[in-house]
Design a protein around this ligand. Structure first.
Ligand SMILES: *[C@@H]1O[C@H](CO)[C@@H](O)[C@H](O)[C@H]1NC(C)=O
Ligand SMILES: *[C@@H]1O[C@H](CO)[C@@H](O)[C@H](O)[C@H]1NC(C)=O
Ligand SMILES: *[C@@H]1O[C@H](CO)[C@@H](O)[C@H](O)[C@H]1NC(C)=O
Ligand SMILES: *[C@@H]1O[C@H](CO)[C@@H](O)[C@H](O)[C@H]1NC(C)=O
Ligand SMILES: *[C@@H]1O[C@H](CO)[C@@H](O)[C@H](O)[C@H]1NC(C)=O
Ligand SMILES: *[C@@H]1O[C@H](CO)[C@@H](O)[C@H](O)[C@H]1NC(C)=O
Ligand SMILES: *[C@@H]1O[C@H](CO)[C@@H](O)[C@H](O)[C@H]1NC(C)=O
Ligand SMILES: *[C@@H]1O[C@H](CO)[C@@H](O)[C@H](O)[C@H]1NC(C)=O
Ligand SMILES: *[C@@H]1O[C@H](CO)[C@@H](O)[C@H](O)[C@H]1NC(C)=O
Length: 640
C-alpha cells in the first residue's frame, strides 16, 4: 500500500516536471507579455502574492496564466480573489489598483476571471469588444469598477458567461445555490458599474449566463433580450431598472433562472405568451418592483416553475385557477400585493408545495378545505387579508407537515382553537384576531413551539404554568390582551427557557420584579412589560441580562432607586422607564451603556445631576423631562 502511494507520487512529480519543461520552453508572445506587465503595473497591492511571482519573460508559466500550446498566445487569465491555496485552503485575497486597459493586448484571451478582488478599480476597457473577440467567459464581479459597460461588449459574439455582479465570493458558486444561501452577509463592497444596459447586449447570442445583480444599472431591459436563445441564467436583480418587462422575455427558450427582482419595473407580467414558452423556467423572482395588473392565467403554463416570488408589487385581481397547473412548485410568494377573491381550489393540486405566502393582500375567506390535501406544506402565511374566518379551519390540524402557521388579522373569534392541542407547530401567529377566554393549560402540549404570537386579542387569564413544558420557546408575544397574574410567576417560568424575546406589554400583570431570578435569563434580548400594573423595585440581578438590547418597563408603578447594576447591561440600545415612580439619582454606571440609542426616563421622581458624558448627555431634554429634581446637561445646570 505504502509503495503504491509513493509510486503514484513519483509518477505525479515526473509528469508535473515534464509538463513544466515543455511549458517552460514556450516563449511568451511579446504582445501578451506587454499586456500582462501593464496589468501587473496597475496593481500596487496584491495580498495573494501571486503577481510577485510574475518575473522574467516566461508568462505562460505565471500563476493564473494559461497559453495555447500551439500558438503560444495567452488564452486564460484566472486571478479570482477567492481561490484555493497550495495547502488546499480557501483564501480571500484583494488587489488594489486600477484595471489596465492594456489587458486588451491579450487578443487571444478566451477566459478572463478577475472576480472578487474587492478593491480593483477602473473601468471595463472601452475597446474590449474589438480586441478580445475570442472571450468566452468574463468575470469582473465583486470589484470596485465604475462607469458604464462599453457598447463594444456587443461584439463579443463568443461570450458565454458574463459576471459583473457585486458579491466578492469570486469563484463560480453555482447559481442554483444563490437561492438557498443568503449571500448578503458576505457582501463587503460593490461594483459601481452604472448607466443603462447596452442595447448591443442582444447581440451576445452565445450567452448562457448573465449576472449583473447589485449594481446601479438604470434604464430599461433591452427590448430584444428574447434573442438570447441560449441564455439559461439571467440575474438583473437589485439595480435601478425601470420600464416594462420586454414582451420578448417569453422567447427566452433556454431560461431556467430569471431574477429581475428589486428594481423599479412596472407594467404587467408579459410572459409566457404561448403555451410551451420558457419550458425550463424553474426559478423566477419578480418581487419588489412596481408591477401592476393581474397574474395572467397563462402563468399556469410555466410548468417547470419551482420557486416563484411575485411579492411586494401592485398586482391585483384574483389568483388565476391555472395556478394549480404549476405542479413542480415548492415555494410561492404572493405577499404584499392587492390580490382579491378567494384562494382557488385548484391550489390543492400543488402537491410539492412547501411554502405558501399570500399575506398582505385583499383575499377573502373562507379558505378552501381542499387545501388540506397539501400534505407537504410546511409554511402557510395568510396574515393580513380579508379572510373573516370566524374560526380557524379545523382541517388545518390535518396538514401533517405544517410547522409554521401565520393567520394574523384573519377575523377569528372565540376561544383559542382546541384542535391545536398536541400540534407540532413551531411558529404560530394568531395575533390581531378576536380570540377570547383563557390561554388553555394544554398549551403545554404544543411542545415544538418556538414562536408564539397571540398579541392583540382579548385573552383574559393567567399564563398557564404548563408553559414550562415548552422547552424550545424562544419568542413569546402576548402584548395587548387582558392577561393577569403576578409577573414574578410569569417570569420565573420564562427564565427556564432559551427565550430571546418577551412582549407582555399592554396587559394587566401585577406585582413586583424583586424576586425574579434573572441570572438564568442570559439569552433574553428583548423584554417589554410596559403598560401593566407592576410595582416595587428593579432587582440588582437585572444587571445580569447581558444580551439585552431592548428593555421597556414604561407605564407601570415601579419605584425606588434605579440599580447601579443596570449600567452593566452594556448591550442595551433601547431603555424605556418613563411613567413610573423611580426615585433617587441616575446611577453613574449608566455611562457604561455606550450602545444606547434611545433612552426615556421621563415622568419619574428622579433627582440630582445627570451623570455627565456620552451617551447620557447626548439625549434630548424629552428623555429626562417630568423629573422635577433632575438637572445638568441636557437639562439646565444644577444650582450651587
Ligand atoms: C495541447 O493542447 C491540446 C488541447 O488543449 C491537448 O489536447 C494536447 O495534448 C496539448 N499538447 C501538448 C503537447 O501538451
Ligand atoms: C472604491 O473606490 C472609491 C473611490 O472611487 C474609494 O473611495 C473606495 O474606498 C474604494 N473601495 C474599495 C473597497 O477599495
Ligand atoms: C439576508 O441577510 C440580511 C442581513 O443579514 C437581511 O437583512 C435580509 O433580510 C436577509 N434576506 C433573506 C432573504 O433572508
Ligand atoms: C449586432 O450585430 C450586427 C451584425 O454583426 C450589427 O450589424 C449590429 O450593429 C449589432 N448591433 C449592435 C447594437 O451592436
Ligand atoms: C419571439 O420569437 C418569434 C419567433 O422567432 C418571433 O416571431 C416574435 O416576434 C418574437 N417575439 C418577440 C416579442 O420578440
Ligand atoms: C364576517 O363573517 C360574519 C359571519 O361569518 C358575517 O356576519 C360578517 O358580516 C362578515 N364580515 C365581513 C366584513 O364580511
Ligand atoms: C382529518 O383527517 C381524519 C383522518 O384522515 C378525518 O377523519 C377527518 O375528517 C379530517 N378532519 C378534517 C377537519 O378534515
Ligand atoms: C406579533 O404580531 C404583531 C401583529 O399582528 C406584530 O406587530 C408583532 O411584531 C408580532 N410579534 C413578533 C415577535 O413577531
Ligand atoms: C458590574 O460588572 C462587574 C464586572 O462583571 C462586576 O464586578 C460588578 O459587581 C457589577 N456591578 C454591579 C453593580 O452589579
Amino acid at each position: 500500500m505504502g509503495r503504491k502511494v509513493s509510486w503514484t507520487v513519483v509518477m505525479f512529480i515526473i509528469i508535473t516536471v515534464g509538463e513544466m519543461k515543455t511549458r517552460a520552453s514556450e516563449v511568451c508572445n511579446p504582445q501578451d507579455l506587454k499586456g500582462l506587465t501593464a496589468f501587473k503595473a496597475g496593481i500596487h497591492v496584491d495580498t495573494s502574492d501571486r503577481l510577485k511571482k510574475w518575473v522574467g519573460h516566461d508568462c505562460c508559466n505565471w500563476e493564473g496564466v494559461s497559453c495555447n500550446n500551439k500558438t503560444g498566445r495567452v488564452t486564460e487569465l484566472l486571478l479570482p480573489g477567492l481561490f484555493v491555496t497550495e495547502e488546499g485552503l480557501p483564501f480571500q485575497s484583494e488587489m488594489e489598483g486600477r484595471l489596465s486597459p492594456s489587458i486588451t493586448l491579450l487578443t487571444s484571451l478566451e477566459v478572463l476571471d478577475l472576480g472578487g478582488l474587492i478593491s480593483l478599480a477602473g473601468t471595463i476597457p472601452p475597446l474590449i469588444g474589438y480586441h478580445l473577440p475570442n472571450l468566452r467567459k468574463l468575470y469582473l464581479n465583486g470589484n470596485n469598477l465604475s462607469g458604464p459597460i462599453p457598447e463594444s461588449i456587443g461584439k463579443l459574439s463568443k461570450l458565454e458567461e458574463l459576471g459583473l455582479y457585486e458579491n466578492h465570493l469570486g469563484g463560480r458558486l453555482p447559481r442554483s445555490l444563490g437561492m438557498l444561501l443568503n449571500l448578503s452577509k458576505f457582501l463587503v463592497c460593490s461594483n459601481q458599474i452604472s448607466g443603462p444596459i447596452p442595447v448591443s447586449f442582444t447581440n451576445l447570442t452565445s450567452l448562457v449566463y448573465l449576472d449583473l445583480h447589485s449594481n446601479s444599472f438604470t434604464g430599461h431591459i433591452p427590448d430584444d433580450i428574447g434573442s438570447l436563445q441560449k441564455l439559461e441564467q439571467l440575474d438583473l436583480s437589485s439595480n435601478l431598472l425601470s420600464g416594462k418587462l420586454p414582451m420578448s422575455l417569453t422567447n427566452l427558450s433556454s431560461i431556467s433562472e430569471m431574477y429581475l427582482d428589486t428594481n423599479l419595473l412596472e407594467g404587467e407580467i408579459t410572459f409566457p405568451s404561448r403555451y410551451g414558452d420558457m419550458p425550463s423556467l424553474g426559478f423566477l423572482r419578480l418581487h419588489d418592483n412596481h408591477l401592476t395588473g393581474p397574474i395572467p392565467p397563462a402563468f399556469g403554463n410555466l410548468a417547470s416553475l419551482q420557486r416563484v416570488s411575485l411579492a411586494n408589487n401592485m398586482l391585483e385581481g384574483a389568483i388565476p385557477s391555472t395556478i394549480g397547473n404549476l405542479l413542480s412548485v415548492t415555494e410561492l410568494y404572493l405577499n404584499g400585493n392587492q390580490l382579491t377573491g378567494q384562494i382557488p381550489t385548484s391550489i390543492s393540486q400543488l402537491s410539492k408545495l412547501l411554502s405558501l405566502t399570500i399575506s398582505y393582500n385583499l383575499i377573502e375567506g373562507p379558505l378552501p378545505h381542499e387545501m388540506s390535501s397539501l400534505q407537504n406544506l410546511q409554511i402557510l402565511d395568510m396574515s393580513f387579508n380579508r379572510l373573516n374566518l370566524s374560526s380557524i379551519p379545523k382541517w388545518i390540524g390535518n396538514m401533517s407537515s405544517l410547522c409554521r402557521l401565520f393567520l394574523a388579522e384573519s377575523g377569528m373569534t372565540g376561544a383559542f382553537p382546541e384542535f391545536l392541542r398536541n400540534s407540532p407547530l413551531q411558529y404560530l401567529d394568531l395575533s390581531a384576531n378576536h380570540l377570547t377566554g383563557s390561554i388553555p393549560p394544554w398549551l403545554g402540549s404544543m411542545t415544538s413551539l418556538y414562536s408564539l404570537n397571540l398579541s392583540r386579542n382579548s385573552l383574559v387569564s393567567k399564563i398557564p404554568d404548563t408553559i414550562t413544558n415548552l422547552q424550545y420557546l424562544g419568542v413569546l408575544d402576548l402584548q395587548s390582551n387582558q392577561l393577569t397574574g403576578p409577573i414574578d410567576q410569569v417570569f420565573n417560568i420564562a427564565s427556564m427557557f432559551p427565550l430571546t424575546y418577551i412582549d407582555l406589554s399592554n396587559n394587566r400583570f401585577s406585582g413586583g420584579l424583586e424576586v425574579i431570578d434573572v441570572g438564568l435569563q442570559s439569552s433574553l434580548g428583548y423584554l417589554s412589560l410596559s403598560h401593566n400594573h407592576l410595582t416595587g423595585r428593579l432587582p440588582v440581578s437585572i444587571g445580569r441580562l447581558g444580551s439585552m438590547t431592548s428593555l421597556d418597563l414604561s407605564y407601570n408603578g415601579l419605584s425606588f432607586n434605579l440599580p447601579e447594576s443596570l449600567g452593566n447591561v452594556t448591550s442595551l440600545a433601547n431603555l424605556k422607564l418613563q411613567r413610573n415612580r423611580f426615585t433617587g439619582e441616575i446611577p453613574n454606571g449608566f455611562l457604561k451603556m455606550t450602545k444606547l440609542r434611545d433612552l426615556d426616563l421621563s415622568d419619574n421622581l428622579l433627582v440630582g445631576e445627570i451623570p455627565f458624558g456620552k451617551p447620557l448627555s447626548d439625549f434630548p431634554v424629552s428623555s429626562y423631562s417630568g423629573n422635577e429634581g433632575l438637572c445638568g446637561n441636557p437639562l439646565p445646570p444644577c444650582k450651587g
